[in-house]
Write a protein that binds this ligand. Structure first.
Ligand code: 5GP
Length: 190
């Protein structure tokens, strides 16, 4: 069976990656599977362990790193995040197109290991809009909001490392653009 396509979706915190991803998953013809990350961050209200993330303590995370169980990992605003390797491999071998929604340090690690990965960076229409979206979440302290905004500015500067940059003006338009990019890549691989 042909292996599936590995897709990296990055973009600053608050840009709307999760919402765009949910829209993309409505299109069954894309044959997508989501790689659930492991993190040491606290779950936000409404987040479910094993669906949104595997929420673990630092010790468990560090053990996973030491075992070589992560495809990539990074520290982001005081917490660890990483992609469990086995699950991604199983899904790719089953022919699924696997979406990693990860920040830029981790994305660079995956690009080095998997140069054929399809890489997409989602940008906000403006920094003002990004700030509005991050503040709109209302689950984080002012200090964390400021750290996430400063991080976003640094992350956006790395967008040229990605094969495609998509502006998230509206969820529908961004999802349509990304679906078209994925379909073009899948056709080229046939
Ligand atoms: P949040 O705390 O807002 O859920 O995520 C913070 C950042 O970490 C986001 O940019 C998100 O895409 C990224 N992220 C989520 N999972 C992973 C992962 O497994 N690896 C890496 N490197 N980043 C991740």
């Amino acid at each position: 069976m042909a292996k599936g396509l590995l897709i990296i979706l990055s973009g600053p915190s608050g840009v709307g990656k999760g919402t765009v991803r949910a829209k993309l998953f409505e299109d069954e013809s894309l044959n997508l599977a989501y790689s659930i990350s492991m993190t040491t961050r606290e779950a936000r209200p409404g987040e479910v362990n094993g669906r949104d993330y595997f929420f673990v303590d630092r010790e468990t995370f560090e053990k996973k790193v030491a075992e070589g169980g992560l495809l990539e990992h990074a520290e982001f605003v005081g917490n660890y995040y990483g992609t469990p390797k086995d699950h991604v491999e199983e899904l790719l071998n089953a022919g699924k197109n696997v979406l990693l929604e990860i920040e830029v340090q981790g994305a660079l690690q995956v690009m080095a290991k998997c140069p054929h990965a399809l890489t997409i960076f989602l940008v906000p229409p403006s920094m003002e809009e990004l700030e509005r979206r991050i503040r709109g979440r209302r689950t984080e302290s002012e200090e964390i909001v400021r750290q996430r905004l400063a991080k976003a500015e640094r992350e956006i500067k790395t967008k040229d490392n990605y094969k495609h940059v998509v502006v998230n003006n509206t969820v529908d338009q961004a999802a349509t653009d990304i679906a078209a990019i994925i379909k073009t890549q899948l056709q080229a691989a046939q």
